[in-house]
Design a protein around this ligand. Structure first.
Ligand code: 6GU
Length: 263
């Protein structure tokens, strides 16, 4: 997978060089490219914002630098059919992924994700869907947001999604982009060492939150591991975990519990 990030703070994304995502880049499962939006301005102050049409507080991001940056990404994609895409597909198929052959065969528009608190709610389902994409572009805005005409223009060239990571407001879309990238890329085959660990986590197939987990020692500061987990009885353990997951979901996320019991 290739990911292009366009921002006035490209260094914000240095965190993506750490841990599993850093390793995925080294292993060429993932190629992340950062672009400084100010490189696509033409005035000496490298201006990216201006006051909102119709008046009001704050500043709005000017459309032209965004269009220039996005065009550069498109041109670069067209002129350089990613050798990485090929090698990542190959390594995916080695791992038995059905995605490799499908993504290679379909010449689809890149997906442009615009992080914004006014977007659709980003969920694990989005992460699962986007993990199969060949090319993602993130356009995180600052200030009061990006001139809406950028979305109108971009819809011709990209599959476009405006996504929010929750009902609160951040100073800019960069932190939200990092969140989405982490949720998406960990689902690419080969990025996580132990793929079995994806099976029973929260927001997975069951629709339940994850059950509590424990490790040695069995006794710790007067607290003990629940007896059943030390019993060796796998059917009993599975049943206990299911009950715990249900109790936890009912108590902390009544919205998920309602959906779970409705199915
Ligand atoms: Cl995607 N951006 C900003 N600025 N704030 C947010 C958000 C995104 N999602 C939740 N709050």
């Amino acid at each position: 997978m290739r990911i292009d990030l366009i921002s006035i703070f490209p260094e914000f994304f240095d965190v993506l060089d750490l841990s599993l995502i850093g390793r995925a880049q080294a292993d060429r499962l993932l190629e992340i490219r950062r672009h400084n939006l100010r490189d696509y301005t033409e005035d000496k102050h490298r201006t990216v914002d201006s006051p909102p049409a119709g008046g009001g507080a704050g500043m709005v991001m000017k459309p032209e630098p965004w269009a220039k940056a996005l065009e550069t990404v498109l041109e670069d994609t067209a002129s350089r059919p990613s050798p990485l895409a090929q090698s990542s597909s190959e390594s995916s198929s080695e791992l038995g992924s059905p995605l490799g052959s499908v993504t290679r065969a379909l010449p689809v528009k890149p997906t442009l994700i615009i992080p914004t608190p006014s977007g659709e709610a980003f969920t694990q389902r989005h992460a699962e869907e986007l993990a199969g994409a060949e090319h993602l572009v993130f356009a995180p805005g600052r200030f009061e947001g990006i001139d809406e005409r950028v979305t109108e223009w971009a819809a011709e060239h990209f599959q476009l999604r405006r996504c929010s990571i929750g009902d609160y407001v951040l100073n800019g879309g960069e932190a939200a982009a990092v969140v989405m990238i982490e949720a998406i890329t960990r689902l690419i085959p080969g990025v996580i060492g132990n793929e079995a660990s994806l099976n029973e986590e929260s927001h997975g197939e069951t629709g339940l939150l994850e059950y509590p987990v424990y490790t040695k020692p069995a006794q710790w500061r007067g607290h003990q591991i629940p007896e059943v987990l030390l019993s060796g009885n796998h059917a009993k353990i599975a049943q206990w975990r299911r009950e715990q997951a249900e109790a936890r979901t009912r108590a902390t996320r009544p919205d998920l519990w309602t959906r779970y019991t409705a199915d």
